[in-house]
Design a protein around this ligand. Structure first.
Ligand code: PLP
Length: 416
């Protein structure tokens, strides 16, 4: 194991005593996800939601694979343009934008953008008259982990009035968008939303608009092994409400689908306490029952960094003895608790823990609160994929070859 660890350290350029957490970003996984997307949703062109994970290697990889991009701010537009993406491959998919961001989009030729209220139309008509507008509607998001329709989207009763306002302002409306909420667990939510969008298209046609774009948003799960199938229901609904010969182009804004399973986070255990004595206090505060003491670990990343979502994986059965463990992030804030009651084998100071499915809304939300280092990111890519895709575009991102990653995950002092 020591030998493998040394080689990994050498490949990553880590010093022997490094304690800084890091992500290994498996770009092959993005490639596989993309192939699966093309196979299962052939009519839907993905515009990757940059907010989910804006790592440049991810953007470059997806750009090489041919996706478009959903940007939600001036900064995201700047980033993807700086990585060689052309403006027509961008949708500015935020319905309430600062005016300076709209002006920037206008100067850079990013024309496609969403809206959901009259005030936004007034800003757009003042500084981006060439805009190609997409009306975002509110849809049922009750089956999703993160709900968005309370904050964004026009209600059906307002649609007609809003479209009439677009006519008065001489603005071009090219389509309709929705988002069923992030981490959707029910494919029927897409079916209903696609039907809702059809009604808006019908209203728009009566008002004289030539609608030609349907944007079915994000929400598609991205964890390895996720079971729910969305494609059948979506394809059926598209064929029914927007048949291929309708001339309507269909796009989506997947975020977590592409990146969730691609990132594995390695965190260092830099401190440990075994709490045996003050059992009542721990039971009261953390709601755990204690018969053998509780392990408290302090790790190099926490809720103010990449681990802003709690780990709640089921306990894996194995012969190894497991202990109730509380895992704390590195900062001085007591809110920085990654998990309060997790059964795992005992680990030691200096060990590394590996956490799967860390690509979505982790690095993009992470801060350096308390001046603790943010996790580094090491993208990896196998030679086959580099050769299959444009080698020049990708080769600058190979830091570690995949066989190392596989060996390393199996290693003795690294826990998964
Ligand atoms: N599009 C918009 C407008 C969003 O707000 C989001 C997420 O918040 C996404 C796309 C990406 O969603 P997901 O990561 O669930 O695919």
């Amino acid at each position: 194991m020591a030998m493998i660890w040394d080689e990994v350290n050498q490949e990553l350029g880590l010093s022997d005593d490094s304690e800084v957490s890091f992500h290994v970003a498996n770009l092959d996984d993005l490639h596989q996800k993309h192939i699966r997307w093309l196979r299962t949703l052939p009519r839907v062109k993905p515009f990757y939601a940059v907010k989910c994970n804006s790592t440049p290697a991810v953007i470059r990889m997806l750009s090489t694979l041919g996706t478009g991009f959903d940007c939600a701010s001036k900064g995201e537009i700047e980033l993807v343009l700086s990585l060689g993406v052309t403006p027509e491959k961008i949708i500015f998919a935020h319905t309430t934008k600062p005016q300076s961001h709209i002006k920037y989009a206008s100067t850079r030729g990013v024309d496609m953008m969403t809206f959901d209220c009259e005030e936004e139309l007034l800003k757009i008509s003042a500084c981006h008259t060439r805009a190609k507008l997409v009306l975002r509607i509110a849809v049922d998001d009750s089956k999703s982990a993160i709900k968005l329709s309370q904050k964004f989207g026009t209600k059906p009763s307002v649609v007609k009035k809003l479209l009439e306002r677009c006519k008065e302002l001489d603005l071009e409306v090219i389509g309709v968008s929705f988002h069923v909420g992030s981490g959707c667990t029910d494919s029927l939510a897409y079916r209903q939303a696609i039907e809702d969008a059809r009604h808006v298209f019908d209203t728009a046609v009566l008002l004289g608009f030539q609608m030609r774009l349907l944007d079915i948003g994000g929400g598609f799960p991205g964890k390895e092994g996720f079971q729910i199938q969305f494609d059948e229901v979506i394809n059926e609904a598209l064929d029914k409400f927007f048949p291929a010969d309708s001339g309507v182009q269909v796009i989506a804004e997947p975020g977590r689908y592409y990146v969730d399973s691609a990132f594995t986070l390695a965190v260092n255990v830099f401190a440990k306490k075994v709490v045996m004595d003050d059992v009542t206090q721990i039971r009261g505060v953390y709601n755990v029952s204690i018969d053998q003491g509780v392990m408290m670990y302090y790790i190099s990343d926490g809720v103010f960094g990449s681990l802003n979502c709690l780990i709640n994986d089921p306990v894996v059965e194995s012969g190894e003895k497991r202990y109730r463990s509380i895992i704390w992030g590195p900062t001085c804030d007591s809110l920085d608790r990654v998990t309060a009651n997790y059964w795992m084998p005992e680990v030691q100071v200096g060990d590394w823990l590996l956490i799967d499915n860390m690509g979505a809304y982790s690095v993009s939300i992470s801060s350096d609160f308390g001046f603790f280092d943010k996790a580094d990111i090491y993208p990896v890519l196998s030679a086959d994929v580099v050769e299959a895709q444009a080698p020049c575009a990708l080769s600058s991102h190979i830091y570690l070859s995949l066989p190392y990653l596989t060996l390393w995950v199996r290693g003795g002092a690294v826990h998964k």
